[in-house]
Design a protein around this ligand. Structure first.
Ligand code: AMP
Length: 369
């Protein structure tokens, strides 16, 4: 076990296992390109160790160059990738093989392919030491890869966590045993979003509000937003398939999170089951579901007040609000039993001042730490 910044990591792949994979890729490429002089293009920063060991095991004439991209994780799925070191010169008509340390969703790869699309190369291939096939959703085939790995955050052998850990010879994965994953449960207006805002700071958790993600998509007029809008405007639930996929994507965007607060999800039994299965596949689990309880009449008053400030159409009309409560009673309320059966359900009085309520929630969370 090692600690980098605030996180614990455990040994995942030994130096020997990694080098075996590197040698294997070098062997495969060598047999495909023995009659050519390929140019290998490493993607900085992460790939420097891979490129170095790869070249040591590549037996034929070759050249090497580098590109550098920097990817930022925004609030949502639109990761922006910036080019810091561009396509090498004199690669026209050459056999270009990209050497990546890791391919996960494929966002960086897409940008790389785009970078090279203006150059007339003889052929263009992609080799990656690690490949997260579960989360890869790009359209390009990965021609060579060393190891398929699950969607865990890893460091070492060139890969970093907040810039540290690149010098480790072995690869480590984040230890999920100390994660805290919470579901905040309650009717619209119960204060889930407000409380999540405090709890995420206090316990260093990532807050995922499905309602917020939908609203962000509506604001940016994405396909997902257009689809969700028709349901949300009436106060109906967005279909499970759409919501579940979106939720998974949000979790996957944060592989280094110390834990999550799920706010507004799950809202149906199908969503709760999908969440349990998904977390289980990532070696994670829900630790507690905490309900914020308040009377309908108090909530309606709160929501109408909120609607005046936020402009949310579903908060401004009492009929829509009542429809959301109806949806809750029919589809979401049964989750109380679902989580009670797992011994994870906790109930907290949602009436009072904000700090008092944060205090009540914190008492539950502290029993989990
Ligand atoms: P909220 O901000 O959580 O009140 O959500 C606003 C609206 O977004 C809901 O009324 C639904 O139309 C939609 N929504 C949010 N989360 C979900 C979910 N888990 N399942 C289905 N629809 C959702």
């Amino acid at each position: 076990m090692i600690k980098i910044h605030d996180k614990n990591f455990e040994l995942y792949l030994s130096e020997k296992e990694i080098l075996d994979a590197v040698k294997r890729i070098a062997g495969e490429i060598a047999s495909d390109y023995k009659d050519e002089i390929p140019i290998f293009v490493g993607v900085l920063n992460g790939s420097f160790m891979f490129v170095s060991d790869f070249l040591r095991h590549y037996p034929h004439p070759c050249e090497v160059s580098f590109v550098k991209l920097s990817s930022y994780r925004g609030l949502t799925s639109t990761g922006i990738v910036e080019t810091l070191l561009d396509v090498p010169e004199n690669i026209e008509g050459r056999n270009v093989i990209i050497l990546e340390d890791i391919i996960d969703t494929g966002r960086t790869l897409q940008e790389l392919v785009h970078m090279f699309s203006n150059v007339n190369v003889k052929d263009f291939r992609i080799a990656s030491l690690f490949f997260k096939s579960d989360v890869y959703n790009g359209e390009y085939a990965i021609d060579y890869f060393g190891m398929e790995i699950p969607d865990r955050f890893i460091v070492g052998y060139g890969l970093d966590y907040m810039e540290q850990g690149r010098n480790l010879r072995d690869v480590y994965q984040i230890n999920k045993a100390h994660m805290i994953n919470l579901v905040l449960f309650g009717k619209p207006g119960a204060g889930k979003g407000t409380q999540a805002g405090f709890l995420k700071e206090k316990y260093n958790l990532k807050h995922i509000s499905t309602g917020d993600v939908f609203r962000y998509n509506i604001k940016n007029d994405t396909k997902l937003g257009q689809l969700a809008k028709s349901y949300m405007d009436k106060g109906d639930l967005v279909p499970d398939e759409v919501t579940i996929d979106m939720l998974k994507e949000e979790v996957e965007k944060n592989p280094d999170a110390s834990g999550f607060i799920f706010d507004g999800f799950p809202r149906t039994t199908a969503q709760a089951e999908a969440l349990d299965n998904f977390l289980d596949s990532r070696d994670m689990k829900i630790d507690a579901t905490i309900a914020l309880e308040a009377d309908d009449e108090v909530l309606i008053e709160r929501l109408l007040e909120r609607g005046k400030v936020s402009g949310r159409p579903d908060d401004q009309d009492e009929t829509k609000i009542r429809n959301r409560f109806e949806e809750y009673n029919q589809k979401t309320a049964p989750l109380r039993e679902y989580y009670q059966a797992q011994g994870k359900f906790h109930s907290v009085n949602g009436i009072g001042n904000i700090e008092e309520i944060t205090g009540r929630l914190s008492s539950v969370i502290e029993t989990l730490c």
